[in-house]
Design a protein around this ligand. Structure first.
Ligand code: HEC
Ligand code: HEC
Ligand code: HEC
Ligand code: HEC
Ligand code: HEC
Length: 232
């Protein structure tokens, strides 16, 4: 989409706010409120060059998120897979499906129209450039993809399930116990109260939230709220 404003205007509200640092607490409250209505991107669901279904590949075939998003727990940025990853299977499986023509153009030199270029997936989740975000820092502290991206394992077409506004980030930074899980459960999209007993034998801890409180304490999880955490 065309960007009608020069890039520097993106930073203007931020600079103004940071100058008003002495009233930081009030600023957080104000921006948490005002930033929210701007985040009208919930539900954003562009159509993709190949109708790739997470519901088939994750929900039915049980492929782990990390098979395709292989950097998500080791780097700040989560990659989208290259055509190679798809070709590993689709050189053999459903090879002649017309839906896979863009894959043949990228991978199969004997295909008419082959150009060897990457598949151009349309990006869905995008924070503004002035926000610092890091995937591995969340995933390796027990925050699941599900908390931030919703029930991806059931999506025929991926859409943005959560607002990703500043207020939304801060809501969890203030109460991580509502989301934090044992690390073994980060990629389990069926995680629920029934799983808790596998981690604690304690009658007073039976819900994921009670276990969350225990984990936050045990691992000293303290997400920060200072401006410099997310705005460098
Ligand atoms: C077989 C490969 C594969 C697997 C397994 C897979 N994905 Fe994906 N994922 C993709 C591809 C390809 C795209 C880009 C096309 C699209 O959006 O559907 C994508 C897109 C996404 C996006 C949107 C990216 C954006 O542009 O904002 C999210 C979020 C996502 N995947 C999360 C997950 C999660 C969570 C899992 C595990 C439950 C998972 N994926 C498993 C291949 C995969
Ligand atoms: C681990 C193996 C594996 C990988 C990796 C994989 N797929 Fe698949 N895919 C399958 C299987 C198996 C099916 C058939 C499922 C069925 O028929 O129920 C399928 C089905 C599909 C279909 C539906 C085809 C049709 O005509 O209905 C599309 C489209 C597709 N995959 C695209 C992709 C893309 C794009 C990637 C890479 C991002 C990818 N797949 C990665 C195994 C895989
Ligand atoms: C704490 C929230 C959070 C968690 C947990 C999280 N994500 Fe994200 N994800 C985001 C945000 C925010 C963005 C946009 C980041 C940006 O623009 O740099 C994003 C972007 C993405 C993208 C698009 C990247 C691109 O360049 O196209 C993919 C793919 C993705 N996430 C997959 C995953 C997977 C898979 C998991 C679980 C292993 C996961 N995410 C866990 C918040 C999260
Ligand atoms: C579902 C809960 C949750 C959400 C949503 C969330 N965070 Fe976090 N965040 C955490 C936790 C937990 C930590 C780790 C705290 C610790 O290690 O003590 C963290 C840590 C961070 C860090 C420090 C990472 C580092 O590199 O040291 C940054 C930066 C951050 N979050 C930015 C964001 C941004 C930006 C968003 C919104 C786009 C966001 N977070 C949304 C839970 C969350
Ligand atoms: C946990 C991460 C996080 C922290 C901490 C944080 N922000 Fe933000 N901030 C964000 C995100 C994410 C956005 C982008 C929101 C969007 O796209 O709607 C944002 C947007 C903004 C904006 C632009 C709002 C707009 O409507 O355009 C300003 C100004 C801002 N933040 C100031 C601050 C100040 C001042 C502080 C400290 C008092 C702070 N932020 C702390 C994550 C954070």
């Amino acid at each position: 989409m065309a960007n009608f404003f020069p890039r520097w205007t993106n930073l203007l509200p931020l600079k103004i706010a940071v100058c008003a640092g002495s009233v930081a607490a009030g600023v957080v409250a104000a921006f948490a409120y005002y930033a929210t209505p701007k985040a009208q991107v919930v539900g954003y669901q562009p159509s993709q060059p190949i109708p790739f279904s997470h519901s088939i590949h994750v929900g039915q075939l049980g492929i782990d998120c990390r098979y395709c998003h292989s950097f998500v727990d080791v780097s700040g940025h989560s990659n989208v897979p290259t055509a190679n990853t798809c070709w590993n299977c689709h050189e053999h499986v459903q090879r002649d499906s017309p839906k896979l023509e863009p894959l043949h153009r990228a991978m199969n030199p004997s295909f008419p129209g082959y150009d060897g270029k990457p598949i151009e997936w349309v990006r869905i989740h995008k924070s503004p450039d002035y926000v610092y975000f890091n995937h591995a820092a969340h995933v390796n502290r027990g925050i699941s993809c599900q908390s931030c991206h919703g029930d991806v394992h059931e999506m025929e077409v991926v859409y943005q399930a959560e607002s990703h506004s500043m207020g939304w980030c801060l809501e969890c930074h203030r109460a991580p116990e509502d989301h934090i899980r044992p690390l073994e459960e980060v990629f389990n999209f069926e995680y629920g109260d029934a799983d808790v007993a596998r981690y604690v034998q304690d009658d007073s801890i039976t819900t994921t939230r009670q276990l969350g409180l225990r984990l936050v304490e045990k691992f000293d999880v303290q997400p920060k709220e200072s401006c410099a955490t997310c705005h460098h």
